[in-house]
Design a protein around this ligand. Structure first.
Ligand code: P1T
Length: 388
């Protein structure tokens, strides 16, 4: 089955057997518990909704199929999914090699929880250069944690090359695939072991639910993750599961539109006299344009740029737009714009932010699926308010 067909049907084939109502859309099973006739036989396999729920199950089947994984788990948020990966695969004294440019909340989880509370050691490297990752691996390295493209600088890393090195050294590779969605990139097919998503973003696609997911094919690790998810209760609710199931049905259509609009906006920004630099992997000026073409089947809807000037120019520009909402998050149908240094990456210390390029004049856009001409007009309106 091809991607678009899986996105619509997997997990939701109508039950036409005796007793099945034939719903073409999986119902929202709100029941917190499931009754049984015999004490040792849960009816239909379900006991209690923290452990398993039919709506969440349907979503997990769909999520697994989109990443060509055997298994998936749906979580209360992207951060909950990341936390369970850490709790399951890491212990005191272990070491992790991580891309130095990651979502700020992920860096916060690593430094304020895993490092401080559990004595797990992190080396942050510029994974654009595979050698940096290779050189950072130590005898106690358990995981390599990647985003590609990164949030917010749109840097890429070679997932295939890094996974090959990791395999040789017995280290697992986790890829946060939130920015591309499985429509444009499938890290497991490139050799990664575990994929993590904030389903809050493109998978749900409508900025109306917080959720996370893990997809993988290793049964032993899956069972451990599932055990810890059930034990800690980090599950996605039935209603949110329904919203993500519904969102995924239009993922393919949405991603194509996000990309089309992002390309137009990136090209426009490159011509604007108020812009210093644009970061979008679909531009030939992107230093990893060739890798982007090889590793992904599209370039996505996220981009960032440096405005000429400083914090004040960025602030004036951002506060004078009408269609773009000045808001954190991404991946919804509506365009969002934000200032990483003050918003999504505020928890990263200033010195570290500047070292990795999250400067005060950096602006990030999640390009929605409105008409691109209207979006460009809105940006022009903002630029007219600044004098550089
Ligand atoms: O917000 P939550 O669903 O918990 O997901 C966290 C997360 C994980 N990974 C990536 C790459 C992310 O971008 C996020 C959340 N990011 C934002 C809220 C943001 O505006 O970048």
């Amino acid at each position: 089955m091809k991607f678009e067909t899986k996105a619509i049907h997997v997990g939701e084939f109508p039950n036409l057997e005796k007793g099945g109502a034939g719903d073409v859309v999986i119902p929202i099973h709100l029941s917190s518990t499931f009754a049984r006739k015999e004490i040792d036989k849960p009816t239909g396999g379900y006991e209690y909704s923290r452990t398993g729920n039919p709506t969440r199950d349907a979503l997990e089947k769909k999520l697994a199929s989109l990443e060509n994984a055997k298994f998936a788990l749906a979580f209360a948020s992207g951060m909950a999914a990341e936390t369970i990966i850490g709790l399951t695969l890491l212990g005191s004294g272990d070491h992790v090699v991580a891309f130095d440019n990651l979502y700020g909340g992920t860096r916060r989880l690593f430094s304020k929880v895993f490092e401080q509370n559990f004595q797990i050691e992190f080396s942050y490297v510029d994974a654009v250069n595979v050698e940096n990752v290779k050189n950072a691996i130590k005898p106690n390295t358990k995981l390599i944690w990647l985003e590609s493209p990164t949030n917010p600088l749109m840097k890429l890393c070679d997932i295939k090359a890094i996974s090959k090195i990791a395999k040789e050294r017995g280290v697992l590779v986790v890829v946060d695939n939130t920015f591309m969605s499985p429509f444009f990139q499938q890290p497991l097919s490139l050799g990664a072991d575990i994929v993590v998503h904030s389903t809050t973003k493109y998978l749900n696609g409508h900025s109306d639910s917080i959720g996370g997911a893990i997809m993988l094919s290793d049964e032993e690790i899956y069972n451990k993750l599932k055990f810890n998810q059930n034990t800690t209760g980090a599950i996605l609710s039935p209603f949110s599961s329904f919203l993500v199931l519904r969102g995924i049905k239009t993922l393919a259509l949405r991603m194509k539109e996000h990309e089309k609009n992002a390309m137009k906006i990136a090209e426009y920004l490159e011509t604007s006299p108020k812009v210093k630099k644009v970061f979008y992997p679909g531009l030939k000026s992107h230093p990893q344009y060739e890798l982007a073409k090889r590793q992904m089947s599209g370039f996505g809807g996220m981009l960032s740029f440096e405005i000429k000037g400083s914090f004040q120019e960025a602030k004036t520009f951002l506060e004078n737009l009408e269609i773009f909402s000045l808001a954190e998050s991404l991946g919804g149908v509506e365009s969002l714009i934000e200032h990483p240094a003050s918003m999504t990456h505020a928890s990263v210390p200033k010195e570290e932010r500047e070292k990795i390029g999250v400067t005060d004049n950096l602006i990030r856009i999640s390009v929605g699926i409105e008409n691109a001409d209207d979006l460009i007009e809105d940006l022009k309106k903002g630029f007219r308010r600044i004098d550089v």
